[in-house]
Design a protein. Structure first.
Lengths: 309, 370
């Protein structure tokens, strides 16, 4: 009943033609760009990788074998686990979580500073300066970091010059470059949602708490962080999802031995030309990240609706 | 009634760069007083309040609370509690948590906080509403919660920054009485900031009227209204008709001014100007609309103003008559409603008179609202 009213209101406010066009575009987006591709991936993930001649033939049946491959590898007896891929999977999830936490810790104070010192031209300039590097392509940015973190890179030269290190540090092999690159790649997606909610916080609430004797820690714990929670949640969701699904940074900044789960997916699609297997891996990653996001949101009592605000 | 704590402002100057927000403020507020700062927006009254609460330090001068110099003492350490214009209730905390926040800060147990919050909720007639969120309360209820929250810490001085301005008229009038009663009950010093003269006059023991950073007059409401010290006070507090002229005669506390347009007018000299006004000075005379009465004065040629009626409005308890005096000067007259159909006809020439004791004269000054 209520839903029906929303639709009739929508058409009344926008007119039939405009309303229909807007509805159609949203529908197109939803169905053709989100739902159908995902369904097609899901379908792929349950099929065998068959040569074209056998498609539609008696062998073209649904199977769980692609998912089993992630768990047990090519071992058909299911005796030993596919430790290589599973390790990569868990490491990817864990590292994406760490990147997210790191970004929250880094962005919260910055967002608080930007959000509460409103109106000043210096602050606006600062925000612009933060955005400028993102005008450059993500891959180029990753290469730039590779140059900075390289064996003869800027960072090593500075460390050697200051005698803080005796020999060049291999940031790439130790994955420091990878985590720094991932952390930097999506940091604005963390900063701006938090900045927006903190900017909307009534300054008087902070002053009122201070007037009542609250310390800075308590003011943040009781007033600012609860208010900023939806912003933190939406930033964390985006950074986590995108980090877990990142490809450019791991490809360029990852050490020779380290693999990101998306690289496995990429290999299945691109090198092995086994789309079915790749689709299964991608679906597992998608379901895992969604589950984690929903669990964490439940844990911190954030509603899905608050995030959209 | 407990005796409250006195607040003294001693030669306070507050500057923001080149701008002087408050100039040489000297105010002695007695303990237990309901004291108001009244003035138009931007006059520096909120700045004074922030200096008392500790959110800013005066550029010069001393704030003393209970005789103690407050220099260098932060807002969280002063015995004051501030009620913000927008109340600044914490929207994500329940009412009882809001009220007892100052106890949470000092580490009181949940049971203690709950108990105190319930006591205060009883006092503000909101018993049993402690588990609601601020968004579930009406404007007047939120108002009372903000008061309870400020009182929870047992402050010596309660500071109120136009807390009633967001309420509708009826509620505002009701809250005036209620605030006054709460103040009497708790007996602490209230410092109230407002641009609404009705609020200042009805609630306060004493009022400081401010203009552009300067305190123009400190007095009780009655004296502010009847014996304004400056032309600004006379015109800002209540309505007033202004007449300019030269002083032609002085008899003790009375002066006759020869108005440029309305003939000779006799008036009482406002106490602040007694002894300062001399024959030949430029002067201003103020007559309130309710002091003017239709009909010529008994004394010939004096204290009579003639004017044409522009229009008349019926305001329920009174008739408000707008007239045009000689030289196009607008004059306002208010006549109590005693059952008349009307007072005047449009375009009619009326003679108005007033009792000299009810008008005030003072040295002339620039007046923006004239």
């Amino acid at each position: 009943m209520k839903r029906k009213m929303i639709f009739s209101d929508f058409f009344r406010n926008n007119g039939l033609v405009m309303g229909g066009m807007l509805m159609g575009l949203v529908g197109f987006w939803l169905i053709f760009l989100i739902i159908l591709p995902q369904l097609s991936m899901l379908d792929y993930s349950f099929r065998h990788n068959l040569p074209p001649a056998e498609l539609g033939g008696p062998k073209d049946v649904y199977t769980l074998s692609n998912y089993q491959h992630l768990l047990y590898g090519s071992d058909t007896t299911h005796q030993s686990y596919n430790t290589v891929d599973l390790k990569v999977f868990l490491r990817t999830i864990f590292a994406a979580m760490m990147v997210t936490v790191f970004n929250i810790i880094l962005c919260y104070p910055l967002a608080y500073f930007l959000g509460q010192s409103k109106g000043s031209g210096l602050v606006r300039l600062l925000v612009v300066l933060l955005i400028i590097p993102y005008w450059i392509n993500e891959i180029l940015r990753a290469f730039a970091l590779r140059i900075i973190f390289g064996e003869n890179g800027l960072l090593n030269e500075v460390l050697l010059f200051l005698h803080l290190a005796e020999a060049p540090i291999d940031f790439i092999r130790q994955d420091i470059a990878l985590y720094a690159g991932l952390g930097y790649a999506y940091i604005l997606l963390m900063l701006f949602p938090i900045y927006n909610v903190i900017e909307s916080l009534d300054r008087n609430q902070i002053e009122a708490a201070r007037d009542m004797g609250a310390s800075w820690i308590r003011i943040h714990r009781r007033i600012v962080i609860p208010h900023a929670k939806p912003g933190i949640a939406s930033g964390a969701t985006m950074v986590f999802m995108l980090s877990a699904g990142a490809l450019a940074a791991p490809q360029i900044l990852g050490g020779p031995s380290s693999l990101w789960f998306t690289q496995l997916v990429y290999q299945w699609f691109n090198d092995s030309l086994n789309w079915q297997q790749g689709a299964a891996y991608a679906i597992v990653l998608l379901v895992a990240t969604i589950t984690i996001v929903l669990t964490v949101m439940k844990l911190f009592r954030v509603n899905m609706g608050d995030i959209g605000k | 009634m407990t005796s409250g704590v006195a607040v003294d402002l001693d030669d306070i100057w507050i500057r923001f760069g080149d701008f002087v927000a408050v100039r040489e403020a000297n105010v002695a507020i007695r303990g237990g007083d309901f004291f108001s700062f009244l003035g138009p927006s931007g006059c520096g009254k909120t700045t004074i309040l922030r200096a008392v609460s500790g959110f800013l330090e005066p550029s010069q001068g001393q704030v003393r609370i209970g005789g103690r110099n407050m220099a260098g003492i932060g807002p969280n350490k002063r015995p004051t509690a501030l009620i913000f214009q927008n109340l600044a209730l914490f929207p994500l905390m329940k009412i009882w948590e809001n009220i007892s926040f100052s106890m949470e800060v000092t580490g009181a147990s949940v049971a203690e906080r709950r108990k105190r919050a319930d006591e205060l909720l009883d006092m503000i007639a909101l018993s049993g509403q402690g588990d609601k969120l601020p968004s579930e309360l009406s404007g007047g209820q939120k108002q009372r919660v903000a008061i309870a929250r400020a009182l929870c810490a047992n402050p010596d001085v309660l500071l109120l920054d136009e807390p009633l301005s967001a309420l509708d008229l009826k509620l505002r009038q009701h809250m005036r009485t209620e605030l006054r009663e709460i103040q009497k009950r708790v007996g602490i010093t209230f410092i109230y900031i407002t641009h609404d003269q009705g609020e200042a006059l009805t609630m306060s023991d004493n009022v400081a009227v401010m203009k552009a950073g300067v305190i123009e007059q400190i007095d009780n409401g009655h004296d502010i209204y009847d014996h304004p010290a400056t032309p600004f006070v006379a015109s800002f507090v209540g309505e007033n008709n202004v007449f300019r002229g030269k002083v032609i005669q002085i008899n003790g506390n009375e002066a006759v001014i020869r108005s440029n347009r309305s003939g000779d007018l006799l008036s009482r000299i406002t106490p602040a100007a007694v002894g300062k006004l001399r024959v030949g000075d430029d002067a201003m005379m103020f007559i309130r609309p309710e002091v003017l009465q239709p009909g010529a004065a008994e004394e010939d040629g004096r204290n009579t103003i003639s004017a044409n009626v522009i229009h008349e409005e019926f305001e329920g308890n009174s008739f408000s008559v707008l007239l045009e005096g000689e030289g196009g000067k607008t004059i306002k007259m208010a006549v109590p409603n005693a059952g008349q159909d009307k007072i005047s006809n449009r375009g009619e020439m009326l003679s108005l008179h007033y009792a000299p004791a009810n008008a005030v004269v003072m040295p002339a000054a620039e007046l923006a609202s004239e």
